[in-house]
Write a protein that binds this ligand. Structure first.
Ligand SMILES: NC(=O)c1ccc[n+]([C@@H]2O[C@H](COP(=O)([O-])OP(=O)(O)OC[C@H]3O[C@@H](n4cnc5c(N)ncnc54)[C@H](O)[C@@H]3O)[C@@H](O)[C@H]2O)c1
Length: 373
């Protein structure tokens, strides 16, 4: 096993999730790299204190420049609010480190373009976090679509639903403010999840009609007052894409106001000969459509058929921490040139493409009309 020393900037929700994935790396059986969490930077000393439970993490600092100056660190993962993405990503690259960036890869399209430019100029290995395609059901849907086994594709729906904003008493955080989340709001928040597999399949939207909705205009600020919330909370993007020369409807759904949904990623691809439907609401269940003299929707239990093999028995259920770990295995193995045809993480170009879609969606909402990308 080759040790790769990792620094994390931003030890909040995602910073800690990643740290825990490294801590149980022994679950993976077919990787030759081993992430060693070496340093963490966060503005909040209480957040830094959580990392005391990781013995290898010996550098804890409130100044991320100190982490970037640490010569032992090979890869930096950055999980901070969106208005800080560009500055921090460019600083990581300027420090000569490889970067695992968080979505949406800059606060808007112009920012994403500058990050891609800097990435290309740096020659560093850069990928963007997007873990949902690493669910075994997502992988099966991807493979079925990639092999063209379902005949002429008739329509595609890909989405991500939360219900986190339904409760009006929930205090606002930076994700509810345009200044820190970006004008895209829920597009910036959940859009990469909905776009990743269609983009990997080459199904980029060509025309977009967007329906964007806001949630509560005010929320508690958590300190006894209120704060104005100005981000879009729900987004339905009705798009046309091109598959094998045919125009195909592709609907992208991103919602923070989806009654009943906690953290639900889903995809449905329907064709003339077959189809596939998968949702993390039923983690193991894959639905396959088949057409003969009769038509069937077949349901199968998938088990633990992950991209990278693990000690976990094949009949068990995968979850969010598992796909986070799979995504890191893909990042680190691809960085070593050892991906061997397995599913790789979202590329800077794919992240840029999501911003092109979001910018077109915002323009469509403003104009109330279809926008060509
Ligand atoms: N891949 C996913 O499924 C997923 C899920 C949630 C969030 N995200 C993304 O992860 C990123 C972070 O989101 P989060 O939910 O972890 O946010 P969070 O608010 O929980 O954590 C952000 C952390 O960044 C720290 N921070 C802010 N400015 C800093 C600075 N200058 N230097 C060092 N630390 C600083 C904050 O103190 C906080 O601890 C965002 O880009 C978000 O879109 C991805």
């Amino acid at each position: 096993m080759k040790d790769i020393h990792i620094g994390i900037i931003g030890g909040g929700l995602m910073g800690r999730e990643m740290a825990s994935a490294f801590a149980r790396w022994c679950a993976l059986t077919d990787v030759t790299v081993h992430p060693v969490l070496t340093a963490v930077a966060d503005l909040n000393p209480a957040t830094l204190a959580w990392f005391d439970c990781i013995p290898s993490c010996t550098q804890k600092t409130t100044d991320y420049h100190e982490l970037l100056a640490n010569p032992a660190i090979d890869v930096v993962y950055v999980a901070v609010p969106h208005h800080l993405h560009e500055k921090l990503y460019l600083d990581v690259l300027a420090a000569g480190k490889d970067l695992f960036a968080e979505k949406p890869f800059g606060i808007d399209l112009a920012s994403a373009r500058r990050i891609v430019q800097a990435t290309e100029a740096s020659g560093r290995f850069v990928r963007c976090s997007s873990e949902m395609p690493f669910f075994p059901g997502a992988q099966r849907a991807f493979e079925i679509a990639r092999k063209g086994a379902i005949g002429r594709v008739l329509e595609v729906v890909s989405g991500f639903h939360h219900s986190s904003d339904l409760d009006p008493t929930k205090p606002a955080n930076w994700k509810r403010l345009n200044a820190t989340c970006g004008e895209g709001g829920v597009l910036n928040d959940l859009g990469m999840h909905a776009c990743h597999l269609p983009l990997r399949l080459g199904w980029k939207p060509e025309r977009v009609f967007a329906q964007l909705q806001k949630g509560y205009a005010q929320r508690p600020d958590g300190k006894g007052g209120h704060v104005n919330c100005d981000t879009w909370d729900n987004a339905l993007l009705h798009t046309w894409t091109s598959i094998s020369g045919e125009a195909v409807p592709l609907r992208l759904e991103m919602k923070r106001l989806a009654p009943g949904a906690t953290n639900t990623w889903f995809i449905e691809i329907l064709g003339t000969q077959g189809g596939v439907r998968y949702s993390t609401a039923e983690t193991k269940t894959l639905w396959l459509f088949e057409r003969d003299k009769e038509q069937w929707w077949k349901r199968t239990d998938l088990g633990f058929g992950t991209v990278f093999k693990t000690v976990t028995g094949g009949i068990f259920e995968p979850g969010f921490p598992d796909v986070i770990q799979q995504m890191w295995a893909a990042y680190l193995m691809e960085r070593e040139g050892l991906l061997d045809g397995r599913f790789g993480c979202a590329t800077p170009q794919e992240a840029l493409a999501t911003h092109e879609i979001f910018a077109a969606a915002l323009e469509s909402q403003r104009a109330g009309s279809v926008v060509t990308l």
